[in-house]
Each structure stands twice: as structure tokens, then as C-alpha cells.
Design a protein around this ligand. Structure first.
Ligand SMILES: Cc1ncc(COP(=O)(O)O)c(C=O)c1O
Length: 377
């Protein structure tokens, strides 16, 4: 611990093992994980098919670069495009959400030859130069680069009237989390997303959905693009995509895909066979275990049962849940942890964020409801 760079305030728990939706701490106590490691553990822990896929791939061939064809990589790309049920033409695999966004923005700037990007207030898109540039508040908090690689215009959430002002003939791309995650699970909704799509069509800007947190089944649909019926030109996915094996993807429309040539994009580790085996296992499990329907059901159950005790309202979509609290979330989080439940915070000090595994059971929702009911309002 002493040798780790001191850049994270830590939850007061040390995890030694995990299975299903349960963590075991260093005192041997079980803790119900409703945070899923920042939305990563969609299948929970020690999922048999995911574990077996990684073990088998490790034995078969643990790595080859993108310059060497591998069937598992081709399978992962096909599985992801088909899983999306959206008319994407191809997938480019990278290592992290920020890297996926970085590549999406770069493609948009190059394809349009323009110099501005529009983003939405409250958004988080990652910590690299371009992704950080479109992250709300980054400059004041941590950005640190002397200038951003392009000019950025922020649109107030839900302000359809501002869309025409901020997205112009100079705008290369609009990047948006359809359901904002870190901001506290804020569903931007179909009308706002449709307004962005329409304005991009009018101006020739490219629409990028950052579904790093809200995608891969988290809303109870393959992506929030499906939930809201709006098709972006590019979509980025990460987090639950690998269930903890680091990976991310950039999904591309047919037009963008056709514009690419060798060397347009590149990476060493992205699309490695271990990552691709993990992606195949995750998407297969979501389909074969009926997890999209389960996520929709659990999301409804949480919203119906958990507005109790200090929780006064809910927001978000599916299992990207924001629970608004009557008092500081830090207190509620600490009290829940004492009751054996790990929940997340958000950039809103009065919104508790839940990002549980999709394999959660109804009884676990009851545990949360019971624990909240016991807390002072
Ligand atoms: C919506 C969104 N975009 C991008 C990122 C950055 O992803 P990564 O940490 O994998 O670079 C995150 C991470 O929290 C995120 O929530």
C-alpha cells in the first residue's frame, strides 16, 4: 500500500476474494457488491463460463498482435456488432474507455477536418488528452495539459435549444454519455439524444455515444442507443465488456468503417486473444442467461422498493441507478457498508450510485431495501 501512488481515496474495505455478487473482506466477512468495481463486473465474480474462457485461451495462445489474424478476435468483433442489434459495420478493439473515446474523437476530427467538439455538461469521458478535454470540470480538477487538442463547447443537459448554438458547421463531433454515469446516473432521454442526432445530420458533425458505463446491457438493452432508438456514428464500450479483463471497443458505422485504411488506428494490446475470449464469454452469457430482461426487472424492483430511509428519489436507467438521498451520500455509504453492502457515490454529493452485477437476485434488492429502511431518514 505504501508504494502505491496516493491518488485514490479508498473505501474502508480490503477485498480478498469474490464470488457471484459477494465480496469477502480481509476479516472474512461477506459484503454484497452493488458497485461492481465501477460498473465492470456485469457477470459478477468467478462466473464459470468467463473463468473457463480465459483459462482456455491462456492455454491455447495468450497473445498475438492485430497484425496476426486470430479467429477469437474475428469472433469477438462479430459477436459485439451482432449483440448491438444496431447497423454498425465493424469494431476496433482497444484497452480502456478513455482510449476508445480518444480514437473516436481523432477519427471525427480527421474525417471532417474541423476543429471543435461539443460535449454535455456533467460528462465524464476519461483522463487522456482528448477524452479529458470533453470531460466536464476536468480543467479545474486534474486536466493539467496546457491546452486541449481542439476547442470544446459544452451543452447544458437536456437543453435542446442550446444544441443548435453549440453544434455548428465547425463541429467535428458531438460526444455524449446517453445515461451519464459519474454525474449520478442521469438519463439524458430520447428527445435530447434525437436533437443531437438531428443537429449532427444538419451540420455534418459525427455523433459519438460514450457507452463505456451505460452500455453492454447495463440499461437492460444492449446499449442505451437501443433503449432510446437513436443511432450514433460511433459508439464506445468498455467496463462490463470484459467483466474485469481490461478491454474496450469502438463500434463504427459503415461510412466510417469504409473510410479507414491500414495505420488509421493502432494498438499493441487491444484485441488481444485474452480480451477477445473475455468479450465472447460476456456477450454469450448476457444472451444465454437472459440478463437483459433480468437487468430491466432488477432496475424496476430497486426503484419500487428502495426509496425508503434516507433515499428520497431515484434516477438513471436499468442497473445504472442513482438514489437521491436526504443527507450526504458519504454517511449513507458508510452506514450501508457497516450493514454489509457496498454502494458507490457520484459527483453529486447526494446521489448514491448502484452499478451491481446483472446476476443479482431479488433477495439482494430486499437486503438493500431492508438496510435502507433501518437507516435514519
Ligand atoms: C462514461 C465513461 N467514459 C469513459 C470512461 C473512462 O474509461 P477508462 O477508465 O476505462 O479509461 C469512464 C470511466 O469511468 C466512463 O464512466
Amino acid at each position: 500500500m505504501d508504494f502505491l501512488a496516493p491518488v485514490y481515496s479508498q473505501y474502508p474495505i480490503e477485498v480478498v476474494s469474490a464470488e457471484g455478487v459477494w465480496l469477502t473482506n480481509s476479516r472474512g466477512e461477506r459484503v454484497l457488491d452493488l458497485y461492481g468495481g465501477h460498473a465492470v463486473a456485469g457477470l459478477g465474480y468467478a462466473h464459470p463460463a468467463w473463468t473457463a474462457a480465459l483459462a482456455q485461451q491462456a492455454q491455447t495462445c495468450n497473445f498475438q498482435t492485430n497484425a496476426v489474424a486470430m479467429a477469437v478476435r474475428a469472433r469477438a468483433a462479430e459477436a459485439l456488432v451482432k449483440f448491438s442489434r444496431l447497423p454498425f459495420a465493424s469494431a476496433f478493439f482497444v484497452n480502456s474507455g478513455a482510449e476508445a473515446n480518444e480514437n473516436a474523437l481523432r477519427l471525427a476530427l480527421r474525417r471532417t477536418g474541423r476543429t471543435r467538439v461539443a460535449a454535455v455538461e456533467g460528462a465524464f469521458h476519461g483522463r487522456t488528452a482528448a477524452a479529458g478535454a470533453v470531460t466536464w470540470g476536468a480543467a479545474a480538477k486534474w486536466y493539467a495539459f496546457p491546452r486541449t487538442p481542439f476547442d470544446v463547447d459544452f451543452i447544458a443537459r437536456g437543453d435542446t435549444a442550446a444544441v443548435a448554438r453549440q453544434v455548428t458547421a465547425d463541429t467535428a463531433a458531438v460526444i455524449v454519455e446517453p445515461v451519464q454515469g459519474l454525474a449520478g446516473a442521469i438519463d439524458l432521454g430520447a428527445p435530447f439524444l434525437r436533437a443531437l442526432r438531428q443537429r449532427c445530420n444538419e451540420t455534418g458533425a459525427l455523433l459519438i455515444f460514450d457507452e463505456v458505463q451505460c452500455g453492454v446491457g447495463r440499461t437492460g438493452h444492449p446499449f442505451a442507443a437501443n433503449l432510446h432508438g437513436v443511432m450514433p456514428d460511433m459508439l464506445t464500450a468498455a467496463k462490463a465488456l470484459g467483466n474485469g479483463f481490461p478491454c474496450a471497443a469502438l463500434l463504427l458505422s459503415a461510412a466510417l468503417s469504409a473510410s479507414l485504411t491500414p495505420e488509421s488506428l493502432g494498438t499493441t494490446f487491444g484485441g488481444g486473444p485474452m480480451a477477445c475470449a473475455a468479450i465472447c464469454a460476456v456477450l454469450e452469457a448476457i444472451e444465454s442467461q437472459g440478463l437483459l430482461a433480468r437487468v430491466r426487472h432488477l432496475g424496476e424492483l430497486i426503484r419500487a422498493r428502495c426509496v425508503t430511509g434516507p433515499v428520497i428519489a431515484h434516477q438513471g436507467a436499468g442497473l445504472l441507478v442513482g438514489l437521491r438521498t436526504s443527507r450526504p451520500v458519504k454517511q449513507v455509504q458508510a452506514q450501508l457498508l457497516e450493514a454489509g453492502i457496498l454502494a458507490g457515490g457520484s459527483s453529486d454529493p447526494q446521489v448514491l450510485r448502484l452499478l451491481p452485477p446483472y446476476i443479482l437476485e431479488d433477495e439482494h434488492v430486499d437486503m438493500l431495501a431492508d438496510a435502507l429502511r433501518e437507516l435514519p431518514p
